[in-house]
Design a protein around this ligand. Structure first.
Ligand code: DX5
Ligand code: ZN
Length: 226
């Protein structure tokens, strides 16, 4: 199932992944409908523990609830201190791709290997101040590298261009690795990330702050280089 989801994501790339952090959780089904009607290819779910990051969101029950209402690949961004403690439960809840933060764990290769054994795709994320070397070291052990263009924790922050050089380095060394960017992606920044070699663009406020999701997504897609 994970390989299917990964293939779906690969085939869809370059793709825009809405981050549900800023959606209307009081109307989650309505939000899913609007996104599916807008033709999104996957959903990005931000899990925060109030410990690794100073913000708290949601956990397995929301992932499981979303899983019951969509066949879209679920990309779960774990901003938590102990990803291995919960990884199997997120897989049971229906995650297809689990991304953990390199800053959160002592032995990231071990974490990537153990997550892969659960039968899902594995991503590794790094905050802006974390050197790209960490991602370069881990790339052979994962399916995706997530380059953060803001400090993980909150939506609506400004894009940090340090991410662009990291994307270029990763793309140069690993031509086939899936590259994802997250944070401050908008009409002004998405083209830069695309030119730097990025495949997957996580977008929160630039979709959920707009009245019409389909139009917002189409306008963002228009900025991508294929
Ligand atoms: C931030 C999250 C992001 C966030 C992006 O820590 O990982 O996925 O929702 O939101 P925007 O696009 O508003 O920066
Ligand atoms: Zn995210």
């Amino acid at each position: 199932m994970s390989t299917d989801a990964l293939t779906k994501i690969r085939n869809a790339s370059p793709a825009i992944l809405p981050s549900l952090l800023m959606c209307d959780f009081g109307n989650l089904l309505g939000e899913l409908d609007r996104l599916q009607q807008a033709g999104v290819e996957a959903l990005h779910l931000d899990v925060m523990d109030g410990h690794f990051v100073p913000n708290l969101t949601y956990g397995m029950p929301i992932v499981e609830g979303i899983r019951r209402h969509t066949d879209l690949p679920l990309d779960v961004h774990l901003m938590i201190s102990d990803p291995l403690r919960y990884a199997a439960r997120f897989v049971d809840a229906g995650a297809d791709l689990l991304t953990f933060h390199v800053e959160a764990v002592a032995d990231p290769i071990e974490v990537a290997t153990r997550i892969a054994k659960l039968g899902v795709a594995v991503g590794v994320a790094a905050n802006p101040e974390t050197p790209v070397e960490k991602l370069l070291e881990l790339a052979p052990h994962c399916d995706l590298a997530l380059v953060m263009s803001v400090n993980a924790g909150f939506g609506g922050q400004s894009f940090n261009p340090i991410a662009l050089n990291k994307l270029r380095s990763l793309r140069e060394r690993f031509p086939d690795l899936l590259l994802q960017i997250d944070g401050g992606i908008s009409l002004q920044t998405i083209g830069l990330a695309s030119q730097a070699g990025c495949d997957l663009f996580v977008v929160g406020s630039a979709i959920f702050g707009q009245p019409d999701y389909a139009t917002a997504i189409r306008d963002l897609r228009d900025q991508l280089v294929s």
